[in-house]
Design a protein around this ligand. Structure first.
Ligand code: ATP
Ligand code: MG
Length: 321
């Protein structure tokens, strides 16, 4: 089976128990939960049974331990994760507002994650992998952009494939060089997994059909657009497949896109049909939102099979060739 590697931030997430605005008053919090978009992604890939590993950096502290223990327990190769003796593990404090949107306080750039580099162990892990997944959230500083682009170059040079989830928060777009980095990775990826509005970051002023058409003119073999509770759409040059969302009670949406992506990429690498890959991915995203905590709703293949058998969501196929 093909091995997936990802690279990027590893954090703990600490959540406000009650909904409301921000963090200006003392309040009850719950956590630390293991987190960081690429870490959630790779943990889901491991639970799905895909050989996989991660390049990153944590501090020599309990927040680092929470992550290393979880990733290792679930089967992720953690040999490419360095432990920095000077900097603390990254963190994200999150509070849901009443309208469902989120307030964050991040400590990533100046945490151990910001010290990530291509160590000998990291290079060996990439050399032993077939596929690299990149998250836009991981491109948080010019130095890290350089590290990620080197990893992309390494995997492409050995004939591997790349998937890319821009996963970009609007406040990040102002970061120097970020847009250029996103464009560069888009130009080199095989599989592109944006959330709805992110599609237009790269093809502004177009309809969805036009934007997809423009993106499919590049190296990209397929585009999968994630639309939360509205489901997801798969596009390649020959077909479009619409996958409605499974009907679940949403407790915490964080991590849905990462779990969806990891399951889709794992299925794609196993040579499943796009329709089957999409169905498994949507089931994985749906199960993720049923649990509080970013990595708490990851699923095995057997759990997804049971979930799909018990929950209905029709598959609609339309070819536009
Ligand atoms: P994030 O970056 O916030 O983790 P995302 O925008 O990358 O999320 P979403 O579109 O929110 O990703 O979720 C990915 C997929 O998970 C959706 O396309 C859908 O299939 C499934 N999903 C998400 N939310 C729900 C929900 N409330 N009910 C059922 N399925 C859901
Ligand atoms: Mg996302």
């Amino acid at each position: 089976m093909k091995k997936i590697v990802t690279i990027g931030e590893i954090l703990v997430e600490i959540m406000a128990v009650d909904r409301g605005e921000g963090f200006t008053q003392p309040m009850s919090l719950v956590g630390p939960f293991p987190s960081g978009a690429p870490a959630i992604f790779i943990d889901q890939a491991a639970r799905f049974g895909q050989p996989c590993g991660m390049v990153g950096c944590v501090g020599a502290d309990h927040f680092g331990r929470v992550n290393l223990d979880r990733l290792k327990r679930d089967g992720v190769d953690i040999s490419g994760i360095a432990v920095d003796s000077e900097y603390a593990t990254g963190s994200a404090f999150v509070r849901y507002r009443h309208d469902g949107s989120r307030d964050f306080v991040f400590n990533i750039k100046h945490s151990a994650s910001g010290r990530m580099s291509l160590t000998d162990n990291a290079r060996a892990l990439i050399d032993g992998s077939d596929h690299l997944h990149v998250m836009g959230t991981s491109l948080f500083s010019p130095r890290i952009v350089e590290v990620v682009l080197k990893a992309v170059g390494m995997i492409k040079a050995k004939g591997g494939t790349v998937s890319f989830d821009p996963n970009v928060r609007s406040e990040m777009l102002a970061l120097p060089g970020l847009r250029e980095a996103l464009e560069t990775i888009l130009g080199q990826c095989d599989l592109f997994l944006p959330s709805g509005p992110e599609l237009f970051l790269f093809a502004p002023g177009n309809s969805e059909v036009e934007a997809i058409g423009q993106i499919l003119k590049k190296e990209i073999k397929a585009v999968v657009v994630k639309n939360g509770s509205q489901g997801a759409n798969y596009h390649d040059l020959g077909s479009t497949i619409r996958q409605p969302a499974f009907n679940v009670h949403e407790v915490d949406p964080t991590g849905a896109g990462d779990c969806f992506g990891a399951t889709f990429v794992s299925c794609w690498l196993r040579g499943m049909t796009p329709g089957d890959a999409l169905r498994y991915a949507a089931a994985s995203g749906a199960r993720a939102v049923e649990r509080q905590g970013p990595m708490e709703g990851v699923s095995t293949l057997a759990e997804l099979d049971t979930f799909i058998a018990d929950t209905s969501a029709p598959l609609i196929f339309r070819s536009h060739q």
